[in-house]
Design a binder for this molecule. Structure first.
Ligand SMILES: NC(=O)C1=CN([C@@H]2O[C@H](COP(=O)(O)OP(=O)(O)OC[C@H]3O[C@@H](n4cnc5c(N)ncnc54)[C@H](O)[C@@H]3O)[C@@H](O)[C@H]2O)[C@H](O)CC1
Ligand SMILES: [K+]
Length: 561
């Protein structure tokens, strides 16, 4: 069970893949109406958890209401209502005097069908239900559910204004069947109800979002909650969708893993990072007998007179990774500062250019670049250190390039420069650096998965494209997406911390048979979880990069796996 849930939570699908999986379920004998009943039943129960109904009305006795005759209105108050129901208003809707009023938005397809089953179920649980359905042509099953809802006396409107006084809305306009840009009257209705600022629970996806890219097709529902059905839809993990998704959760309706594997194959091309996948690559537990050099020797090449802090933050990220030995090459003038912050590290003072950048790498005796299990180069380096970047690119050590290391690579010509490398290369650009590195790849903001995949394939490197939903691709097209993060990390230096943490983990893993992209995914997850925990304790304004380094360990010491 646990393993199935874990596997299901890693899966990410497109609309086409979801439809194929559904067709296999129906072909195997599950009737669409039965599946809709099961799925919508799970949705209705989740909505009751989110907005429990404390109103007078209480449970409607289904039996007596079938024909919708008026006198059966005064219903029996169900036993499950808390004793003092009459005096307590709903915590979510303090102004409430009686039942919670729910507006149900019904589209022409099965997303609308789900919403109508939810409407009926909430109606029987005592919620006041108002339906909005402006489509003349409905799919058969959806039309049947609308007919039944109306037979219960549930009011159904074609004007969205009729739902203005509801307490929250359930969005069943469109799910993964949305094929084209939304037009009026539905587009105008969505814009109107978005202005109401009422809580909106979207079924499967916020209506209007493209299931793959997360792009807004004309307009889209701004949901407070999105209840994604069965398997995570890629569009919900794309940065451009996040203003619309709200709090996203998966409603697992027991899709057999065999059907998922049959459609996605044994190695799905796009996967969600989970706590379990992240922890699975960590170098824990350590072997009882070991020594510092067996636990990875990392070389950081970073910093300049202008950007001293970047070197410190990168090093503190590396310290948190647990790497056995840490050497840090910096301009000679920064050596005392680094020693004071990281007494355990080997600080290599290097000759400087006039501008205070590293002019030449001056490694200790009997040491060259191949002495290190991994090298990270870039944070705070400035663009005056081109020779250093050329030197590390020419080395055969696993290399992580970030910040100015990336800007210099872009100047050198990303693809031709990296094509000479045989060893592992990891690039960690934010969107701006990505566009400088890969000017011929379409703007990532339209489709980050396509962009990061193209970049990795063309460069032969593992590429981590930073964002609210960081995407990581290997040259073979496998993509990891980090499903959680926090805007609190939008601070100078948090990227340096990621570079240090990532390269420290890579230095520890090169001797172990772990895929590079899996380690990079672990670092991205660990980094964002530390930001989330820090923001919970210090608000989204309280996560400066140094503070972030102090929260990294907390993620490992109280894992939620
Ligand atoms: N995942 C599952 O196994 C289940 C999913 N269910 C729900 O069904 C929808 C998918 O249903 P489908 O009917 O295929 O699509 P939609 O309801 O999303 O809408 C498609 C419907 O809308 C028309 N259409 C498309 N684009 C537009 C547009 N821009 N303007 C107007 N109309 C448009 C299109 O022609 C179709 O008629 C899924 O999301 C789940 O919510 C089931 O409940 C069962 C299990
Ligand atoms: K929807």
């Amino acid at each position: 069970m646990r393993n199935r849930q874990e596997q299901i939570s890693q899966v990410v699908v497109t609309a086409v893949q979801m439809r194929h999986i559904e067709e296999r379920i129906f072909a195997a004998g599950m009737h669409v109406a039965a599946l809709m009943e099961k799925v919508a039943g799970l949705i209705a129960r989740r909505i009751q958890d989110i907005y429990p109904n404390f109103g007078q009305e209480g449970e409607k006795d289904a039996g007596t209401q079938r024909c919708g005759d008026a006198e059966s209105k005064n219903v029996s108050v169900s036993l499950r209502l808390p004793l003092f129901a009459s005096s307590v208003s709903s915590p979510h809707f303090p102004s409430l005097s009686s039942s919670i009023r729910v507006g149900i938005l019904v589209g022409p397809g099965h997303n609308g069908g789900d919403a109508l089953v939810v409407a009926r179920e909430l109606y029987f649980r005592g919620y006041e239900i108002w339906i909005y359905s402006a489509f003349s042509k409905l799919k058969e099953l959806t039309a049947q559910h609308l007919q039944y809802a109306q037979s219960l006396g549930i009011p159904c409107y074609q004007e969205i204004s009729q739902l203005q006084d509801c307490d929250f809305l359930v969005d069943g306009l469109f799910g993964y069947g949305l094929e084209r840009t939304l037009t009026d009257p539905i587009a105008a209705a969505i814009d109107r109800l978005n202005e109401w600022n009422k809580p909106i629970i979207s079924i499967d996806l916020p209506s209007g979002l493209h299931t793959y890219t997360g792009e807004v097709l004309g307009t889209a529902i701004r949901a407070t909650h999105t209840l994604c059905l069965g398997l995570w839809k890629l569009g919900l993990l794309q940065d451009q969708a996040l203003d619309y998704v709200g709090k996203a959760e998966l409603i697992d309706f027991d899709i057999p893993l065999a059907d998922v594997q049959a459609v996605l194959g044994d190695t799905p091309k796009i996967k969600r990072i989970t706590p379990a996948t992240a922890f699975s690559t960590l170098p824990l537990p350590r072997p009882p007998v070991t020594h510092k050099y067996k636990e990875g020797h990392l070389l950081l090449i970073c910093g300049s007179r202008r950007y001293a802090g970047g070197a410190i933050l990168t090093a503190l990220g590396a310290r948190a990774s647990g790497v056995g030995m840490l050497s840090i090459a910096v301009p000679e003038s920064l050596k005392p500062i680094l020693v004071s912050h990281l007494p355990e590290a080997l600080i290599v003072g290097c000759p400087e250019t006039e501008t205070g950048a590293i002019a030449q790498l001056q490694l200790p005796e009997k040491t060259d670049l191949s002495s290190f299990h991994a090298i990270a180069c870039g944070p705070g380096l400035t663009k005056d250190a081109t020779a250093i970047v050329q030197e590390v690119i020419a080395s055969d050590a696993p290399l992580i390039l970030d910040a100015d290391g990336l800007n210099i690579l872009a100047q050198l010509g990303t693809i031709p420069t990296l094509q000479k490398r045989k060893a592992t290369t990891v690039l960690t650009p934010h969107t701006g650096e990505f566009q400088r590195l890969f000017p011929d790849i379409p703007d990532p903001k339209h489709d980050r998965v396509l962009a990061v995949r193209e970049a990795a394939a063309q460069s032969g490197a593992v590429v981590l494209l930073k964002g609210a939903r960081t995407a990581i691709a290997n040259p073979q097209g496998l993509v990891w997406i980090n499903p959680e993060s926090t805007p609190a990390l939008a601070r100078g230096g948090s990227g340096d911390v990621l570079t240090g943490l990532l390269s420290g983990l890579l230095a520890q893993a090169v001797t172990k048979q772990i895929a590079v992209e899996d380690i990079v995914a672990t670092a991205a997850w660990w980094h964002s979880q530390a930001g989330i925990l820090a923001a919970q304790e210090r608000t989204e304004l309280g996560v400066d990069a140094f503070t972030l380094t102090q929260y990294l360990m907390k993620i490992l010491s109280n894992p939620k796996v």
